[in-house]
Structures are given as structure tokens and as C-alpha cells.
Design a protein around this ligand. Structure first.
Ligand SMILES: [Zn+2]
Length: 270
């Protein structure tokens, strides 16, 4: 069987596995929610039970995380932002320090790409239909000193316009992201929250669900570091100036319909 047929077939199995896993109560619910059900507070909490990754995928979660880190180190931060799935597989296969992605690792990756995250409270639109989708460098502009890319045309124009209107204290903190880049962000987050899918998807969209793949970008304040990805960004002068620009829209407002946290730094471009 060639790889594409294998992928097609394993997609079905993988999605089945994850959905069945979720439906069949194979999921582990948050232990702190396991409290006696004799108070109103308890019943409110029970409505919001978090959904966890099925136990079958715990070990590939850890091993895929390690491999993605090695692949990123191998190609460099900038190139990794736009690396395709096929190139990721190629690199794994050809560099013994990384190693070929195993059948179970691929099944896990495909599940996380093709499943329906509304089962755990993420209601964003599916943006990327195929896991093998490629991003062409020709369509992109690499923003100097950022390690990130934006699409030429409308997105680059908006970014340049913002720079002009707000000033050089704004920086691009994340631009175009391939399936592999979004996979890495999601896997890292999922690992850090102990496989809690509900919690992970509040701050990072699952790999097929990010608007970064088609044009959205994140901006921040120079020297503000990690705080650029917290609600503290909304208190900066840069944000106030940005809010006044009529051509700029925020994707994830407070209580957005997608179930994503408030992200004042995320610029909607499409
Ligand atoms: Zn963003």
C-alpha cells in the first residue's frame, strides 16, 4: 500500500478511534471535578467536565513532541514555521537522530488533524482540509528579524500599514503557520496541560483549525516577551493605537463563538 492510501485508510481508523475514545467514556475526567454530587456548585462543575486525550495516544503525544522539537532544530525556526507534513516525514526518515514516525505516531497526528474538536468545546471553523497541504514560499514575505512570514498582498499591506500607523515598537510575533507548525504548538500545549484537550484548545487551535495558515497574524510590543500572549497586551499603548485603526479587526474577542480565550494580539485578515 502506498503512503497516501495508508494515510487515507488510517484517517478513518484514527478519527474513529479518537471519537469512539471520547464517546465511549474512555476519557478520563478531571480528578478535581470528581466530588460528591450534593451541591449546586458540583452540578455546575459537572456540566463543564474537561475532555482528555484517549490513553492510547498518551505515549505518541510524548514521542511526537520530542520528534517535532528535533525536526524544528534540524530545519531552523523560520523554515519550521512553513514546513509541510510530507517534508516532516522525509526528515524523520532520513535523519537517524530523529527517526521515522511510527504507525501509532502517524495515527495520533492524523486523529488530531481530522477529528471534530467541538466534542471538547472548540467551535472554530476547519481551515485546512488536507494534512498534506503545502505553503509556497513564493507567496510569502519573510519579515526581517522575526523568523516569521506573512502572505504577500493584503496581509503584508495590512502589516506594513500598521507599522506605519503605530510605529516601530510593534513586532510580528507569529505569522504564517503550516500544519506541522500548528501541530507542534498544539502538541506542546496539550502535553503541558496533561492531555486536557478542552484546556489546550482554549489557547491553541488544533492543527486544522488555525487562521494562521491562511493569513492571520499576531503582533506584540517590542521587548514585552511572553506578556504579548497574555491579556496584559491589551493594556499597552500599542494595543490602544491598534484599536483605533479602522482597517484592523480582532479575531478572538471576549466570549467569542469559537470557544477561544480572549486574544487581543491576534489580527484577523480573512
Ligand atoms: Zn494568533
Amino acid at each position: 500500500m502506498n503512503r497516501r492510501n495508508f494515510l487515507k485508510q488510517s484517517n478513518k481508523l484514527a478519527i474513529g478511534a479518537i471519537v469512539t475514545g471520547l464517546n465511549a467514556k474512555a476519557i478520563i475526567t478531571s480528578p478535581e471535578l470528581m466530588v460528591p454530587s450534593d451541591s449546586i456548585i458540583t452540578s455546575i462543575k459537572e456540566v463543564h467536565k474537561d475532555v482528555f486525550l484517549p490513553s492510547l495516544y498518551r505515549s505518541p503525544l510524548a514521542s511526537v513532541r520530542k520528534k517535532l522539537k528535533l525536526v524544528q532544530r534540524h530545519v531552523g525556526y523560520g523554515n519550521f514555521n512553513i514546513l509541510s507534513f510530507d517534508d516532516m516525514l522525509f526528515i524523520g526518515r532520513n535523519y537517524s537522530k530523529i527517526g521515522k514516525f511510527s504507525k501509532l505516531e502517524l495515527e495520533f497526528i492524523e486523529s488530531i488533524f481530522y477529528y471534530d474538536p467541538s466534542v471538547h468545546g472548540f467551535y472554530g471553523d476547519r481551515i485546512t482540509l488536507s494534512i498534506t497541504e503545502k505553503i509556497y514560499k513564493k507567496a510569502l514575505y519573510k519579515v526581517p528579524h522575526s523568523g516569521h512570514y506573512v502572505y504577500r498582498g493584503k496581509t503584508l499591506d495590512a502589516y506594513n500599514h500598521m507599522k506605519k500607523d503605530i510605529g516601530d515598537s510593534i513586532i510580528l510575533t507569529s505569522g504564517v503557520r503550516s500544519v506541522v507548525k500548528q501541530l507542534k504548538l498544539f502538541v506542546d500545549k496539550l502535553y503541558s496541560v496533561k492531555a486536557n484537550l478542552s484546556l489546550a484548545s482554549r489557547s491553541i487551535a488544533p492543527p486544522a483549525f488555525t487562521y494562521h495558515s491562511i493569513g492571520d497574524f499576531d503582533i506584540g510590543k517590542k521587548g514585552f516577551g511572553y506578556a504579548n500572549f497574555t491579556s496584559r497586551f491589551a493594556l499597552t499603548d500599542e494595543f490602544f493605537r491598534m484599536k483605533k485603526l479602522t482597517y484592523i479587526d480582532m479575531r478572538y474577542t471576549v466570549n467569542n463563538k469559537d470557544g477561544v480565550r480572549y486574544e487581543p494580539w491576534h489580527i484577523k485578515t480573512v
